[in-house]
Design a protein around this ligand. Structure first.
Ligand code: IMP
Length: 198
């Protein structure tokens, strides 16, 4: 089984390959395909399915897309599907800037519950697709900590524990993360024998 990943994010490529071991994961760049998709959906599943379908229409091979983000309860679920673009109006930020912006919005807030969400869409062919969504609950830290991972990992305290996602080893992150959970479920579905054609 070979899947082409509808993403240009090197961190996601690395995580998907690590977690889906045994399933070959290629990238559009490796196949010489230029892939871009404007994420206009209001839900993770709309964006994930949109990306996977668009890449499938370009290459005609099985595709996999991840759409993910951070939902912060005290911000009404923001940044949500806009996690990658979260910034004050008119500004663009990098990962560290987005973490700092998030911390500034939560300054003094006691209620810091949050969750990472990941939706995986797999388009096998025009008639067959898989959609899996998972989450991991946690809290937003007072300060960034840790140098591993990407995105909001340095400000996300996993579960009820005292470590941020950026302080976990790769194996520890994969075991608990939204992406690890969703990809393991998707991988199990992919490895199941296909139902008989009728
Ligand atoms: P998208 O799925 O490409 O729209 O981007 C998701 C955004 O959510 C990323 O750019 C990160 O800011 C954030 N995000 C998703 N998954 C993770 C994760 O595992 N760790 C930290 N941040 C994440």
């Amino acid at each position: 089984m070979e899947l082409v990943l509808a993403s240009n994010n090197p961190h996601k490529v690395t995580e998907v390959r690590r977690i889906l071991n045994g399933i070959a994961v290629r990238t559009p760049a490796e196949l010489g395909v230029s892939f871009a998709f404007e994420e206009t959906g209001s839900t993770y599943d709309q964006n994930a399915l949109g990306k996977a379908r668009h890449l499938h229409s370009l290459i005609g091979m099985p595709t996999l897309a991840d759409d993910s983000g951070l939902a912060v309860a005290a911000l009404g679920g923001a940044p949500g599907v806009r996690s990658a673009r979260f910034a004050p109006p008119g500004e663009e930020l990098d990962d560290a800037g987005r973490c700092a912006y998030l911390l500034s919005l939560l300054h003094g807030a006691a209620h810091r519950s949050a969750a990472f969400i990941c939706c995986i869409a797999i388009v096998l062919d025009a008639q067959r697709l898989l959609l899996v969504q998972e989450r991991v609950a946690g809290r937003i830290a007072q300060q960034p900590r840790g140098a591993r991972g990407f995105g909001y990992d340095p400000v996300f305290l996993v579960g009820g524990g005292g470590r941020t996602m950026a302080e976990l080893s790769d194996a520890e992150k994969d075991r608990v993360s939204h992406r690890g959970r969703a990809l393991r479920r998707a991988g199990a579905l992919l490895r199941r024998p296909a139902p008989p054609a009728s």
